[in-house]
Unconditional design. Sequence first.
Length: 262
Amino acid sequence: MKINTNEQLDFLINYLIDERDENINVPDDFESKRALLRALMNVRMPLKISNEFLKVQDEFLSDETSNKSLTSPDDICEVKGKLMLWQGDITTLEVDAIVNAANSKLLGCFIPQHNCIDNVIHSAAGLQLRDECNTIMKIQARDEEVGKAKITGAYNLPSKHVIHTVGPQIPRGLKPSNKDCEDLANCYKSCLDIANYNKLESIAFCCISTGVFNFPQDLAAEIAIETVDEYLKSTKSTLKYVIFNVFTDKDYLIYKKLLFED
């Protein structure tokens, strides 16, 4: 018999606390316990875990996903050819692949409940995503290069895949160099190449490098749109939908102007 949501949450939290062998106070209310579970998942290294934990975790996370308002390409109304603009939570998109702005370790964000997209995606996908990334990195035996990308499963996300790419990081107070701009363009090209190789029809890009990596939003949007548009025009691609997913109002206005007003 399937246990209820509260029982699932208690089981998952207690398992991860026992694994850490620490004395951690567990709050009483559901929202605080949910935040604690996310934090414990965020800091957990990619280690072996029981099938029972994964079964309960997958039921818990997949139920959360199914209770969200999900969006498919057919639901998006701001369209220019194959290019689409959508504002919202990328973890609610029903597409073949969403793009994660990763760091060079490619293991996700280890800062508890950090609001970066890397953390958000890994938290919604489940622990298997970090484990698969770890397997890739062990085989590669070196950090992921800026401008490159890797594809994984999406696990408990509504998308089928996650494509992880490492964007250029701009020191605070400095402007991007020509190489930084080239590296950012290569992020988009690498993701598109992987999507095309895997015969994907839809991909959703986040605003790569514009968060904690400090790439200016206006310039990043210009590079993103120009790179994708040129790729689709010059390459025989399986892609039918390329979504620029934005979260902030500022990014939405930037992309809206570049796509539909210029």
